[in-house]
Write a protein that binds this ligand. Structure first.
Ligand SMILES: Cc1cc2nc3c(=O)[nH]c(=O)nc-3n(C[C@H](O)[C@H](O)[C@H](O)COP(=O)(O)O)c2cc1C
Ligand code: SF4
Ligand code: FES
Length: 572
């Protein structure tokens, strides 16, 4: 509830005045320090009055590849005469519009595909006190192979299960299908469901993770827009199988449109008796709510997400115990990604053989992937699992923009690191990508053409982790800053060979310490981008550090140095 209270205060005053927080503390009998510790954690809340027009330019991978630095510099120039209480410009982490980069948020409304001129125009509206509303372009309904109800009545699987009560059969089928989690880690879904089902506690929860805040990751946004009924049916089946009576769909606050679509579908389900007490007239209950995230990439980590729902700072918990044993409000909790949930009704409606046959080259099932960066047609595509990356990039996404050559691609945002063009035949598959030294992750393919500087991209990725580190553990909090400093220095000028060798050794030691000792996946994976660049693009790094040369002319320019001064980070 604390977030509702804080949001209401912010809506009224534009920020959180001290006196209001004191009043809230007294009303709710919550110590002020606790309220303050929560309010100061989330970037969504302002503790001081914001400027009349707050411009936040997304600085992450896909926007960075599409001119975010230049956009920010130009906006700084256009508003150089403005007073700080009028206009404030700063960086922000991925806004979930990676396919329409660059994206900016102006007074918390998100605008994609912006130019300096269009951003200036919106800002001037805001300065005149006019309302600046985020555009929601009409979304034509897209037919997806993943939808088993394309021509028939929805929620057929749930209706059948309420009759048959074949809960164990569901687990058997998910296991036979070899369904794995689509949120990044690829954990076997049936094992997780079985663990929660076996817990004796009568109170259990099902949580759908729709936080989707890693740069390049946009496929859950697409799924929630076009297949909301499958998300709800997947959660409902999970509740019935595990014995959980309450579900929570955790969605990032930048997905207002999808929140609306899901809210409408949930109301529709209540109306038709598919959700609520005694659903479908039987003796089973399942209630479903939407929880809007107060913001931050770390909220997608499952235990941090539960902390946020409980109204705390989103700091990950030590594991074990796992959420399936001790989760939300200390109760067994099943947490899956949006795409994992929609696979469940698909498998149960059409059978394991159908599911297995959807993949190609020995893989199973379908995959939604987001493609962004330097491609002709950025967007989300539904492809067979096992599709070669070449086909995704060159056929579905239309190839490299402006007839340039492919230089590198990240199979799944910064977490997967970068692979060179020579590996573009790697298949979209858990094992194939792991064998290639990367990962399938959530399927957020970010494409770089031959004008890209890979040191610049590694630096961009590590800065993202530095900015988004929750700060709970030292290896990640301090390590991500040290790593940013080190790469930032490499991008600024030459050093002697002995110093370079010493710094490379230090980087390896730091990477090892972060991967081994960080509490959660954020700190563990933060070294991946620079380690992959050192592995595949070593000559490019050597040229920077030993000769002071950037083969792509991105670093060592006056503009890049100016950009360096601006990129002070989101939480300096
Ligand atoms: C920093 C961080 C951010 C994450 N963000 C997400 C996210 O936005 N969505 C998601 O489904 N999983 C995310 N995960 C993975 C979750 O912790 C969890 O493994 C996942 O939701 C489980 O669902 P699955 O088994 O269906 O993949 C994140 C993990 C980390 C370490
Ligand atoms: S690894 Fe980073 S994000 Fe994760 S708990 Fe530690 S400080 Fe927080
Ligand atoms: S919106 Fe900029 S990287 Fe996602």
């Amino acid at each position: 509830m604390i977030f509702d209270d804080l949001r209401a205060i912010q809506l009224r005053y534009g920020f959180l005045p001290k006196a209001e927080l004191e009043g809230l503390s007294q009303r709710t009998q919550t110590p002020l320090y606790q309220i303050h510790s929560v309010a100061s954690f989330y970037p969504h809340f302002h503790l001081t009055p914001p400027a009349k027009a707050e411009i936040r330019v997304c600085a992450d991978m896909s926007c960075h590849l599409n001119g975010a630095c230049e956009l920010r510099a130009e906006l700084e120039r256009r508003f150089s005469g403005s007073r700080p209480e009028e206009v404030q410009i700063r960086d922000v982490s991925c806004l979930g519009r990676c396919d329409r980069a660059p994206a900016v948020a102006i007074n918390d409304q998100i605008f994609a595909d912006v130019t300096a001129a269009s951003a200036e125009q919106i800002t001037r509206h805001a300065l005149r006190g006019e309302e600046t509303l985020e555009p929601h372009p009409e979304q034509s309904q897209v037919k997806c192979k993943a939808d088993p109800y394309e021509n028939g009545e929805k929620y057929g699987v749930v209706r059948g299960l309420v009759e048959s009560r074949a809960w164990d059969d569901v687990l058997t089928q998910l296991k036979a299908a070899e369904l794995r989690g689509m949120g990044g880690a690829g954990f076997p879904t049936s094992t997780k469901w079985d663990l929660v089902r076996k817990q004796p506690d009568p109170a259990k929860y099902v949580v759908c993770n729709a936080d989707e805040s890693e740069p390049g990751t946009i496929k859950d946004r697409f799924i929630m827009t076009h297949l909301p009924h499958l998300v709800i049916e997947g959660m409902l089946i999970a509740g019935l199988v595990t014995g959980a009576k309450r579900g929570i769909l955790y969605i990032r606050h930048e997905y207002g449109m999808q929140e609306g679509i899901l809210g409408k579908e949930i109301r529709h389900c209540y109306h038709r008796g598919l959700l609520g007490k005694k659903l479908l007239g039987g003796d089973l209950d399942f209630d479903l709510d939407i929880f809007v995230s107060p913001g931050g990439y770390i909220c997608g980590e499952e235990s941090a997400l539960m902390e946020a729902i409980e109204g705390h700072r989103a700091e990950p918990r030590n594991k074990p115990p796992f959420p399936g044993q001790i989760g939300l409000w200390q109760k067994p909790t099943l947490i899956n990604n949006v795409e994992t949930f929609i696979n469940v009704p698909q498998i149960l409606a059409r059978g394991v053989d159908w599911f297995a046959a959807q993949g190609v080259n020995g893989s199973r099932g379908l995959k939604f992937v987001g493609v962004s960066g330097h491609v002709e047609r950025p967007g989300v595509f539904e492809v067979p699992m096992g599709t070669p990356m070449r086909e995704v990039i060159f056929k579905h996404a239309g190839g490299i923009r402006g007839n340039r050559a492919l230089k590198a691609f990240a199979p799944s945002g910064p977490s997967s690191g970068y692979l060179p063009a020579s590996m573009v035949d790697v298949r979209l598959d858990f094992k194939a990508l792991a064998d290639a030294g990367s990962m399938l992750g959530s399927g957020a393919i970010v494409v770089c053409d031959d004008t890209t500087c890979m040191l610049d991209m590694a630096l961009n990725a590590v800065r993202f982790y530095r900015n988004e580190s929750c700060g709970k553990c030292v290896p990640c909090r301090v390590g991500s800053q040290k790593m940013s400093d080190l790469l930032g220095r490499w991008a600024q000028g030459p050093v002697s060979e002995p110093q370079y060798r010493a710094e490379l050794a230090l980087l390896d030691e730091l990477s090892e310490a972060m991967s081994q000792t960080s509490i959660c996946g954020l700190g563990q994976i933060a070294p991946a981008p620079i380690q992959s660049v050192l592995k595949h693009f070593r000559a490019e790094i050597d040229a920077h550090v030993l000769k002071g040369q950037c083969p792509n002319g991105i670093c060592f320019t006056a503009a890049s140095r100016a950009g360096e001064a601006q990129r002070v980070g989101i939480r300096p």
